[in-house]
Design a protein around this ligand. Sequence first.
Ligand SMILES: *Cc1c(COP(=O)(O)O)cnc(C)c1O
Length: 382
Amino acid sequence: MSDFVPFAVPDIDESEIEAVVDALRSGWLSTGPKARAFEEEFAAALGGDVHAVAVNSATAGLHLALEALGIGPGDRVIVPTHTFTATAEVVRYVGADVVLADIDPSTYCIDVDDVRRKLSDRVRAIIPVHYAGMPCDMDRLLELARERNIAVVEDAAHAFPTRVGDKLVGTLESDCTVFSFYATKTITTGEGGMLVTRNDKIAKRARVMRLHGIDRDAFDRYRSERPGWYYEVVAPGFKYNLTDVAAAIGLQQLHKSQRFFERRTALARQYDEALAGLPLRLPPRPVSGQHAWHLYVVQLTDSARIGRDELIAGMYERGIGCSVHYIPLHLQPYWRDRYGLSPADFPNSQRLFERCVSLPLYTRMTDADQRRVIEALWALLG
Ligand SMILES: *Cc1c(COP(=O)(O)O)cnc(C)c1O
């Protein structure tokens, strides 16, 4: 169909195209001055006072965070089941084990009571996910983590700009926060991510490990006395650096991020108003805080006359792309079989999965596009 309303499209215009051409003409394609500027401007957007370490994906950033925290074999990390597999796979990268927790039906984020039930001496960290851009109950989670001396790494892939109370995610008291700039996220570099921390040691370790374990400080220290080709490898690091070409896109996206946020919020409000009256549970929203509206997830109620799969198929027939976030990890073969999991262990996530639909939400969506989505929903469910 020529006028298909897709689930999501990146918002790229001439400014990103010019910035990329500029980066290409500069002759510096890999990590250089633009990646550095992107880190500085991203940290400034969070209010300064944090280290921002640019990486080539949020998955890489989460991996570096766990590595810097010294998590390894024998350790356990608690992760919500209702997330993308990247949140959990990084725990396996460092040889630790995943403990899945259910979600709180009032936020769709990790259930702090279930986290408490699943704590043991071996649990070293918790990775909450600000699902859809909705803030987790960070006050209770951070209090619990502090009480038990457990690290917190926020998966903020959906959460730029989410606020807990009036504080932006990235500025809370957790050990580390990791943002994603994947193509569908609220700002994008195509592929990319940012590890944010107030902890000097974590930032230093992440900077060394994102580029082959090369110690830049040693390099700088000796530069005056050593020839230009000299460097020191202090660990078997990774190849997780962000390119200047990607950072050039990121800088432009960052400059537009307030407008992007305002458009997403306006679209979410318009959905709220137009969908009231349908057999749908509208997305939860923060009591105090700010939703980033990365996703607009509705849940079919028991009175709906069709099921979730039928609704998505009906929308597709009407030229509208929808999605499901997520098939929970407890249903995925690897996680299910490795840890012997069943849906009965995660009733809230299972219930959400069976009924949820993510509606199209992207900044280039016009009011006319959105009206088509709303009319199709009324035709199928009204
Ligand atoms: C997108 C996403 C990731 C991974 O981000 P990448 O930048 O693609 O590595 C991790 N967690 C969640 C919840 C995500 O949606």
